[in-house]
Ligand binder design. Structure first.
Ligand code: ADP
Ligand code: GLC
Length: 491
């Protein structure tokens, strides 16, 4: 098979800048594709928080001109680095006005009012950068609404540019809730023909919908689990775009995310109190002790600890948790929670911790180290998402023998096998209805099983740790999609 030139464009990439799982994927998939022999280049914005010294980023001499329609030509600087531990180049688009800010997308929850221009600028810069580097891509791989303009630009603004001749585009949807809705004037900034501004392509509700335009124009569309690929074609999960997605379902594929076992394996994790693995789980007890100590909860080996790590957003089922927390606090368990997000939730969980100091503790904030410690030290991991395109934390949990309690949706349904009390099979506990009742009874089910069938819990734990969700298989699936997209293009 031909070795491919691949450009992966993403608004966040681990370890440089991250707000969620997109960054984990954009940092890990390129490594796995590189291991398959492809020439992969990653492009992201140079936000203020990107640490140029720590990662040894070097500025390129030449500035990059980015045509922005009626805004005129704007100029970007380019920094170059590599994904740590690899030879995969990463290019950072530097523009003080657009990216020299504290947040990635918002300031304390308020979206930047020029996110349209910021990410159209970024998407166009990706195209211009290919030309400046003389890197002729076979594949332009865009991710979520931030870069969804790329497939559209390839087919319109750059359609007659011989440089991109034969290049194909792939768009991955990591979360359909966010689509990039803007006013129609951005058509002129993108410099795409006004014919595109129609409900079959780019328009929705009288404005521009970047993700919709991306779905229209991408040669292939992927999403991050097979179940989510089906769900987004329904009104419950489609956020209004289900009809459009159904119309393009012939080019839609679900590929489950992998996880980076270099980062998330308890046998080799610098953030946790003691190493452990499927063969020898003794270290996990030490991690549990350290976790309870860190959170100031009483040390009670005989009681299960339930962990939660994630954005405090409705998506993650925090409303359901809030609804039943009083009931849960009557069970014999302890809960540790790490997250930031919606203000009501930050206050609410702070109050719960004050009311039940023996049972509930939380860390409102963002901490990679604490995330690792919760994965390692908890017995169960709670992820009752209303929707979950893939979800990474439940897969990290499997790796640490921390049994997930999840709602059966999206990637949660695809990665977790439900406990079977008769045979003892399974890797976690699942419920279907997005109700507080279902959540409460499933947590109770897990906790009762912990007390009544410890040998089954121990066997599940080992089984969980033996699951493999490495990137190799998923990278092979992306590779197939790339060849397929190219084939379509070059027919
Ligand atoms: P999403 O992308 O929807 O937020 P994922 O499960 O795919 O959900 O990925 C979330 C990622 O962000 C995980 O790597 C998780 O550990 C991390 N994360 C989320 N919130 C926090 C936090 N408060 N502190 C540390 N890591 C966090
Ligand atoms: C999104 C989704 C999450 C997924 C991640 C990476 O943020 O919410 O489910 O794991 O993207 O694909």
């Amino acid at each position: 098979m031909k070795r491919l030139n691949i450009v992966i464009a993403a608004s966040e990439v681990v370890p440089f800048a991250k707000t969620g799982g997109l960054a984990d994927v954009a940092g890990a998939l390129p490594k796995a594709l590189r291991a398959l022999g492809h020439d992969v280049r990653v492009v992201m914005p140079r936000y203020y928080i990107v640490d140029r010294e720590k990662y040894g980023l070097k500025p390129l001499e030449e500035p990059l001109g980015v045509p922005m329609g009626r805004m005129g030509e704007l100029w970007a600087g380019i920094y170059e680095g590599v994904l740590p531990g690899t030879d995969v180049p990463v290019y950072f688009i530097d523009h003080e006005g657009f990216f020299g800010r504290k947040g990635l997308y918002d300031d304390e929850g308020f979206s930047y009012s020029d996110n349209d221009n910021r990410f159209i600028f970024f998407s166009k810069a990706v195209m211009q950068l290919c030309k400046m580097l003389d890197f002729r891509p076979d594949i332009l791989h865009a991710n979520d609404w931030h870069t969804a303009a790329i497939p559209l630009l390839l087919n319109t603004r750059y359609a007659r540019d011989g440089f991109f001749h034969g290049a194909a585009s792939v768009l991955t949807i990591h979360n359909l809730q966010h689509q990039g809705h803007f006013y129609e004037g951005v058509v002129d900034v993108m410099e795409v023909p006004w014919e595109e501004f129609n409900p079959l392509s780019l328009e929705s509700f009288g404005g521009v919908n970047l993700l919709k335009g991306g779905v229209t124009h991408a040669d292939m569309v992927t999403t991050v689990s097979p179940t989510y690929a089906r769900e987004i074609q329904t009104a419950e999960f489609g956020w209004g775009l289900e009809g459009h997605i159904r119309g393009h379902s012939h080019k839609l594929v679900g590929i489950i995310n992998g996880i980076d076992y270099d980062e998330w394996r308890p046998a080799n994790d610098p953030f946790i109190a003691a190493p452990f693995g499927a063969e020898d789980t003794r270290g996990k007890a030490k991690c549990k002790k350290a976790l309870l100590q860190h959170f100031g909860l009483p040390q009670r080996d005989d009681v299960p600890v339930i962990g939660f790590v994630g954005r405090l957003a409705e998506q993650k089922g925090i409303g359901l948790i809030a609804h039943v927390i009083g009931g849960l606090m009557h069970l014999d368990l302890q809960v540790v929670l790490l997250g930031t997000g919606e203000k009501w939730a930050e206050h609410f969980f702070g109050d719960v911790a004050a009311k039940y100091p023996e049972k509930f503790a939380c860390h409102i904030g963002y901490s990679n180290a604490v995330a690792h410690q919760i994965e390692a030290g908890s017995d169960f991991f709670l992820m009752p998402s209303l929707f979950e395109p893939c979800g990474l934390n439940q897969i990290y949990s499997l790796s640490y023998g921390t049994l997930p309690i999840v709602r059966a949706t999206g990637g949660l349904d695809d990665t977790i096998e439900n406990y079977d009390p008769v045979s003892g099979a399974g890797t976690g506990f699942k419920f279907h209805h997005a109700t507080g009742d279902a959540l409460y009874h499933t947590v109770k089910w897990a906790v009762d099983t912990w007390y009544e069938k410890p040998e089954q819990i121990a066997a599940m734990r080992t089984r969980a740790m033996e699951q493999q969700f490495g990137w190799e298989d998923s990278a092979r699936d992306y590779e197939k999609i790339y060849y397929y997209a190219l084939g379509k293009r070059r027919k």
